[in-house]
Design a protein around this ligand. Structure first.
Ligand code: GLC
Length: 744
């Protein structure tokens, strides 16, 4: 009913607008006149389109494009992967690389790295930069960013997302969206919703209770729509309540378009549409990739056979489908076209510019997390004259592979390259392979050109590395995961938490030889660290993109003081993770029962009293920060009132640095079980040595609510709340409590 009312309003508004515009001077048709309101232009275009033309714009015409209306001069729509950079061109109707020579790009750090900056300015810089690259390549829709919540450390695509906490992801996704769209390029926030694993991704039915759905898995998408203003959303492959999400009436019609007021277009994931009648009725607007897995295989020239193509036309002609619903779909696609391809006032964008490389390096440097640093291993001392770098990930290209986010970069600076470039005159930087991981150098037709072949045995590799380690002033091991199948890669999950390729043995052997060892993990996921007590320094470097090596070297040599914080928990063991503790993650089952409910990540660890290997929000600095007591300006809150809480943070070290001051809130008395605490605010502050800053958070009633599944609404119960301010979820520096006085 709500939708029909909206429809009638739009139509009447449009007719009024057209009447009012009738007398305007312009002899241009309204839909072509950029001085006219976009809604009037949409209605005018719609009124001129035939039934066939309306259907034609609702589905793909090639691997990555959909039709416009040539007769009316309305251009086609071009989409492109991915969240970290602009994918190289493929053939019109094949996944095969087109072999262009002008479609190399800058690879920006993976989104886990962006999330780890906990800095909205970095998100804005990221969106601006990648939006300019998409614009320059004349793409209208960027298929990203991804904000699926990190439920299991085994999910192959966590590297494309923003971690385990809905608040962090909800804040960090917004500037990215706003800045991309300023280029006249739409984002397509994905994968809505509940795509939290890759195993059986096209088939599994996510079974989630309403409270968990609303408190954990929807918030980042809701923020993308209501605060980010996303112009398109990508439906996910999986099912929810037995219905494929690409045509799921509840998630698309009721929640996304109804409750949230989303006015953009819902685009299917590639091959996510499986049923014509559901696609028509349940909120899908633009069908892509049918009969393909979105990666390689797919039916050719099947476009007229798409669900929203001839089968839809037949139903419209024989009366089984209403033209009102068709018009609503066409409106949304036209709105996407008018916001992008039809806009002539767009900037021109830029590609592979110095600014984009600088942005990639800056974001990478801000996102790298210093997990442990003892015995003064880091930053590398200026006295170090012999540096040994060990590990395949010190040299292996990481911008290739991983699935649809794979790129063809203009250049990629490896960790070894970056360390060599940063080491001063007279410093020898040696290299040893240490282990052999994945020596393939080709993905999706993009060839790295690297020859990673190796003839030595594992034992010989370790022996050679240890021999050099014995004579080095400092050893940097660079390992972790990679973008191969069952590592950090789309369409497959990892099999375990452990590091692959015998890396644990290499690390332990090096630690025994030289205590000045720093272990650098390149990954998009948590990994087990059985050697954690034997290693003095540990860094999570993420997938840093084209400037990975320079960003890492900036941190290792102290040019950049690390300020990254973990966007997800590193559990000591897989069974310390909620889904795994309850046996609720089964890669072989087509039913994914989210039995852990809202207790995801640190919410589970704190509920169970489990000490994580490294906590959500953890990250060290080369300096130290002192927190004062938390001071509230009131001790009670009522109605829509708010309370301000302030803590003074002081840099008590010798170098300047940035600290992410985190605000968690505990509900001390509630009728339902709530997490021990939940992230509800954060601020990143830069402080010179000796400098102090007051950091103030405004606490509002919305931050105190939980989702009452029985009432179907967000609820606030009176009672005592405690504000926890700290440097991580496990490093709370000060607390203060207040009472909320009434039920709402
Ligand atoms: C893939 C992915 C999606 C991507 C699309 C196009 O299967 O799931 O993220 O944008 O297909 O490549």
């Amino acid at each position: 009913m709500k939708n029909l009312l909206k429809l009638m309003t739009a139509a009447s508004t449009a007719s009024l607008l057209m009447l009012s515009c009738a007398g305007t001077k312009s002899d241009k048709p309204v839909y072509l006149d950029e001085n006219q309101p976009i809604e009037a232009r949409i209605e005018d275009a719609l009124s001129r389109m035939t039934l066939e033309e309306k259907v034609k714009i609702l589905h793909a015409q090639s691997k990555f494009s959909s039709a416009g209306v040539p007769r009316l001069g309305i251009p086609e729509l071009w989409t492109t992967d991915g969240p970290h950079g602009i994918r190289p061109e493929v053939f019109w109707d094949k996944w095969k690389q087109a072999g262009w020579t002008n479609d190399s790009c800058v690879a920006f750090p993976a989104l886990t790295c962006l999330a780890a900056t906990w800095n909205e300015e970095m998100s804005a810089l990221y969106g601006k930069s990648i939006g300019e690259e998409a614009r320059f390549r004349e793409k209208d829709v960027l298929l990203g960013p991804g904000v699926n919540i990190y439920r299991t450390p085994l999910n192959g695509r966590n590297f494309e997302y923003m971690g385990e906490d809905p608040f962090l992801a909800s804040v960090m996704v917004v500037p990215y969206i706003q800045e991309v769209q300023k280029n006249g390029v739409a984002v397509c926030v994905k994968h809505y919703a509940l795509n939290n694993q890759e195993s059986l991704r096209h088939e599994y039915d996510a079974v989630v209770d309403d409270r968990t759905l609303n408190e954990i898995y929807l918030p980042a998408f809701k923020a993308a729509v209501q605060k980010g203003g996303a112009w398109s959303i990508m439906g996910s492959y999986n099912l929810y309540k037995g219905q494929h999400v690409c045509h799921n009436s509840y998630l698309l019609n009721d929640v996304l378009k109804g409750d949230w007021g989303f006015d953009g277009a819902v685009i299917s994931d590639w091959g996510g549409c499986h049923d014509t009648d559901e696609a028509i009725s349940n909120g899908l607007d633009l069908e892509f990739g049918t009969w393909t897995d979105g990666l390689t295989m797919g039916a050719t020239n099947g476009y007229d056979a798409y669900h929203l193509a001839n089968p839809y036309l037949e139903r419209l002609r024989d009366g089984r489908a209403s033209e009102d619903v068709l018009n609503e779909k066409a409106r949304r696609v036209l709105r996407l076209i008018f916001r992008t391809a039809m806009r002539t006032d767009k900037p021109f964008g830029s590609l592979c510019s110095p600014e984009h490389y600088a942005a990639a390096r800056q974001i990478g440097g801000e996102g790298i997390v210093l997990l442990k640093n003892e015995a003064g291993v880091l930053p590398i001392s200026g006295d170090a004259k012999k540096i040994l770098v060990v590990g395949e990930n010190a040299v292996k290209m990481m911008t290739v592979g991983g699935g649809s986010s794979s790129l063809k970069v203009q250049r990629e600076v490896s960790p070894l390259d970056g360390i060599r470039a940063a080491a001063g005159e007279g410093v020898e930087v040696m290299y040893e392979r240490g282990y052999v991981g994945d020596i393939s150098g080709k993905y999706n037709g993009v060839v790295t050109g690297q020859d990673l072949s190796e003839s030595r045995s594992a034992a010989e590799l370790i022996a050679d590395a240890c021999a050099k380690a014995a004579e080095a002033d400092v050893v940097i091991f660079v390992g972790g995961l990679n973008k191969s199948s069952h590592q950090d890669c789309e369409d497959s999950d990892r099999f375990s938490l452990e590091l692959p390729y015998n890396q644990d043995a290499v690390i332990s052997a090096l630690a025994a030889v030289n205590p000045s060892l720093a272990v650098v993990i390149v990954s998009g996921n948590a990994v087990a660290m059985p050697w954690v007590d034997d290693v003095n320094a540990i860094v999570e470097a993420w997938y840093g993109g084209s400037e990975a090596g320079n960003a890492l070297a900036d941190v290792l040599f102290g040019k950049v003081n690390p300020s990254g914080k973990l966007p997800f928990t590193f559990p000591a063991r897989l069974e310390d993770n909620g889904a795994h503790a309850l046996g609720a993650y089964d890669p072989h089952s087509t039913v994914a029962k989210y039995s852990e409910g809202i207790f995801v990540g640190y919410r589970w660890a704190q509920k169970q009293g489990i000490k994580p290997l490294f906590a959500f929000g953890h990250g060290l600095s080369y300096t130290d920060f002192l927190y004062s007591d938390a001071v509230l300006d009131k001790n009670t809150m009522g109605g829509n009132g708010k309370i301000n809480v302030t803590a003074k943070v002081t840099n008590v070290g010798a170098v300047s640095g940035k600290e992410v001051v985190q605000l968690y809130i505990s509900d001390e008395e509630c009728s339902v079980e709530r997490p021990v605490m939940e992230l509800k605010g954060f601020k990143k502050v830069a402080l010179e040595p000796g400098e102090s800053k007051d950091v103030t958070f405004a606490i509002e009633p919305e931050m105190l609510k939980f989702y009452d599944a029985e009432k179907g609404e967000w609820t606030l119960e009176k009672g005592r709340f405690t504000v926890c301010i700290g440097s991580s979820s496990e490093d709370i520096r000060c607390k203060a409590s207040f009472d909320y006085e009434e039920d709402r």
